[in-house]
Design a protein around this ligand. Structure first.
Ligand code: MN
Length: 503
């Protein structure tokens, strides 16, 4: 499922009213078009903004929002009150609105023209109170939205709009996302499981199972020539270990990995899936755990979760979409081993399945025994993640709601080479430090699996949680265990009451 931002657009609607007369409205339209053109030409925004005109009455507003709801290209709406737009006029439209909303609180002119300003100027440039009137109604109606305040030419304003746009696009992607599961969740594991019906209601994505036997049947149809082509591609991208190379003792295992990758691609395409899960315990008919294939498919934007973890598979896909075109990389990861030296750090890894988009150097293709699953030695890409800031995110099912948990972290290089560790890894210092991070994460019930990205910031998840209407807990420099425990208790009450109000 390719990620193409050109498929969607954002609508820009300016609010006003009939009171001002035609000339003022023409001026409002000119200014709005000028702002929209400026935003589009900034080179910062991933989606195109389409100006939809100035709305002057309740009828016009309701009609405009109905059209937006029906549009297959509109991924979200930006509204701005250049003049005063009495907000009772917005009730009908807002009631029906199904698209994400951003309220841009800006003004056409940056500065007050001290010597020229008169009452005509005041009446035209009055978003300072027009936008407050609109803000009251959206708050009164408890409408989810992002409010971005600031001058529209400022970079920070544009960057905050860009973040929201990427989230809108990822939200649209989730509404048609299909997650294919080869095998169920790993037996007895709790945190990676959850309510798949509630997840579809909440996030839009659909979870299907696919018998591993169906994949195995396709594996049998892959030709030697197809495998030759793919192994050539591996050779152009990765450094082979001696054993994995053409004359090596384990080269046949690389060819088997290629065979599985070709089959996996075929079945994902057939089923129109953009994410998938595997389980090392459900590999009937496969020669080895699809490690290399999972790594390479993630690198192309597929969501992935190990051991049947469909929530993480969906989150990896969503974060791949949000970060498409940005640098840094995004991967499935797992908390593995602690380093209790100094402030403390965590070694992140998995059995095999880490995305090479986060690699610091050219990955090495190696073949080693797996130890569990009772299959042949799987091929995998081995590398260390590069340094830098990133966010680790997870979603857990709390029984009455989904909870998203985010931890900011700084990846650093390990203190030495890891010659005996035959898997890809990342090594990070979680913010504010390992103690508070681990205490907060565990108190929140966070998983050992995460989706990690060097390209995203907490703001993306603020916007996502707002659109999805879900709980978000953030762990960062300002976190203390004491305040975090209170937040957990406050949220427990908030979500119980919120549900009572809605039902
Ligand atoms: Mn795992």
């Amino acid at each position: 499922m390719p990620i193409n931002f050109e498929q969607k657009e954002i609508w820009f609607i300016t609010g006003s009213q009939l009171l001002y007369g035609d000339e003022t409205i023409r001026e409002v339209n000119r200014h709005s078009s000028f702002i929209v053109d400026g935003l589009n030409q900034s080179g910062i925004l991933p989606l195109k903004i389409v100006y939809q005109g100035t709305v002057l009455s309740a009828t016009e507003i309701s009609e405009k929002f109905r059209t937006a709801n029906k549009s297959s290209t509109c991924a979200g709406i930006i509204v701005w009150m250049h003049t005063f737009s009495p907000a009772k006029m917005w009730i009908g439209g807002l009631k029906s609105l199904q698209k994400p909303l951003l309220h841009l609180h800006t003004q056409f002119q940056r500065e007050i023209p001290w010597r020229e300003i008169d009452m005509d100027y005041m009446n035209l440039n009055q978003s300072a109170h027009g936008d407050r009137e609109f803000g009251y109604m959206t708050s009164r109606m408890r409408k989810a939205r992002k409010v971005v305040a600031g001058y529209w030419e400022n970079i920070d304003v544009r960057e905050r709009i860009a973040v929201w746009m990427r989230v809108c696009f990822a939200w649209e992607d989730a509404q048609k996302m299909k997650i294919l599961r080869f095998g169920d969740n790993m037996n007895n594991v709790a945190v990676t499981d959850g309510d798949k019906i509630e997840a579809e209601l909440k996030f839009g994505y659909h979870i299907d199972y696919c018998p591993v036997g169906d994949l195995a049947e396709i594996v049998d149809t892959v030709t030697e020539q197809e495998i030759n082509h793919l192994v050539e591609e591996y050779e152009s991208l990765y450094t082979f270990s001696a054993e994995a190379g053409k004359s090596g003792t384990k080269h046949q295992q690389v060819r088997e990995a290629a065979r599985i990758e070709i089959a996996l691609r075929r079945i994902l395409k057939q089923k129109e899936a953009s994410a998938f899960t595997t389980n090392f315990d459900a590999l009937h008919g496969l020669n080895q755990l699809p490690g290399l294939a999972s790594q390479r498919l993630m690198n192309e934007g597929y969501g992935f979760g190990a051991e049947g973890d469909w929530k993480t598979a969906a989150l990896v896909r969503t974060m791949k979409v949000m970060s498409s075109g940005l640098s840094g990389g995004t991967s499935f990861l797992e908390d593995y081993v602690y380093h209790f030296k100094g402030e403390g750090a965590v070694l992140q890894a998995h059995m095999l399945e880490i995305c090479p988009s986060i690699a610091a150097q050219k990955p090495r293709l190696e073949v080693h025994p797996l130890g569990i699953g009772g299959k042949a030695d799987p091929a995998r890409l081995v590398f260390t993640a590069h340094e830098g800031y990133g966010v680790a995110v997870t979603v857990v099912d709390m029984g009455n709601r989904f909870r998203m948990i985010l931890n900011e972290a700084d990846c650093v290089l390990p203190e030495a080479d890891l010659p005996k560790l035959p898997v890809a890894r990342a090594f990070w210092i979680p913010r504010p430090n390992l103690t508070v991070s681990a205490e907060a994460w565990i108190l929140a019930g966070g998983t050992h699996h995460t989706s990690f990205s060097f390209a995203l910031t907490p703001e993306y998840f603020d916007d996502y949680a707002e659109i999805a209407d879900m709980e978000l807990l953030k762990i960062g420099n300002a976190t203390t265990t004491e305040m975090f425990k209170k937040e957990l208790r406050f949220n427990e009450v908030y979500y119980l009451l919120n549900r009572a109000v809605q039902s």
